[in-house]
Design a protein around this ligand. Structure first.
Ligand code: GTP
Ligand code: MG
Length: 273
């Protein structure tokens, strides 16, 4: 009997939220939204002209959420059109294409554009960001791996999902978690709940893993000058080993970074008398 009771009475006040999509042209922003809202995929590229606007209703726990989605054009040409849409946003879907390194490297630039448009009083701390590593179905062309993307996102307190608008993989899960986090934010007086910010690793660990990934040789990886002594190499190694040891560091990619550091030290010591 109880199951038949009208649900309405229990439903808390409905919410109205604004979300925007951000990321380079052609990474799949519109297709991700279309896949979620219309359950379909369009293989032909139809560039968004300026902004596309849509409204959708979703049910999150006992809440009905009315979502205003502003799907931005990624092309630099449309900067003037999209710049006024950044304000009063509760959530951002930040997308890159896993087969296009430039689109991943551009994420910092998108954050900077938003920050600039929000102005000195704008607060990005209380916006929910979800990073979508999109087009994971194109496995052959993938050049940004999961740990790299996850590290970028989680070190900033952002959600991270691997998605394919083509197959639908990760899309529903991503939106459900994203909207759920926005509801938590609204219930928390518009502040990002602290639990979503504790990621289990430090900024120093995240920065070090990124530096190791981008290092040009073994000297650079250990952070010592070419021609450094055995002692200097060992000292640098020990510092990194303590910081990145997989037992202590939960950051994505820490295991690979740790292995790379061990190998770099071995290679250097072989050649130092
Ligand atoms: P702008 O509107 O110009 O900023 O681009 P966008 O980011 O909205 O890209 P859009 O969604 O229009 O997709 C660009 C192209 O990538 C289209 O040809 C899509 O069919 C294709 N695409 C999008 N998502 C995926 C995906 O997950 N996998 C594959 N294989 N192709 C995708
Ligand atoms: Mg688009």
């Amino acid at each position: 009997m109880e199951a038949n009771l009208p649900k309405r009475k229990e439903t808390r006040k409905s919410l109205r939220i604004k979300v925007i999509s951000m990321g380079n042209a052609e990474v799949g922003k519109s297709c991700i939204i279309k896949r979620y809202c219309e359950k379909r995929f369009v293989p032909k590229y139809l560039a968004t002209i300026g902004i596309d606007y849509g409204v959708t209703k979703v049910q999150i726990r006992d809440r009905e959420i009315k979502v205003n989605i502003f799907d931005m054009a990624g092309h630099p040409f449309f900067y003037e059109v999209r710049n006024e849409f950044y304000k009063d946003t509760q959530g951002v879907v930040l997308v890159y294409d896993v087969g296009q390194k430039e689109s991943f490297d551009a994420l910092d630039g998108w954050m900077a554009e938003m920050k600039q448009e929000l102005g000195p009083h704008g607060n990005m701390e209380n916006i929910v960001f979800v990073v979508c590593a999109n087009k994971i179905d194109c496995t052959k062309h993938r050049c940004v791996d999961e740990s790299e993307g996850r590290l970028w996102a989680e070190s900033r307190g952002f959600l991270y999902f691997e998605t394919s608008a083509q197959t639908g993989e990760g899309i529903n899960e991503m939106f459900q978690t994203f909207y759920s986090a926005i509801v938590d934010l609204c219930d928390n007086g518009g502040k990002r709940p602290t639990s979503s910010m504790s990621v289990g690793f430090t900024k120093e660990q995240a920065d070090t893993i990124r530096r190791i990934r981008n290092s040009k040789d073994s000297w650079d990886m250990l952070g010592v000058k070419p021609g450094a002594t055995r002692d200097e190499v060992n000292k640098a190694y020990r510092k990194l080993a303590v910081l990145l040891h997989p037992d202590k560091c939960m950051a994505p990619g820490s295991e690979d970074a740790f292995k790379a550091v061990v190998n770099a030290r071995t290679a250097l010591l072989k050649n130092i008398k």
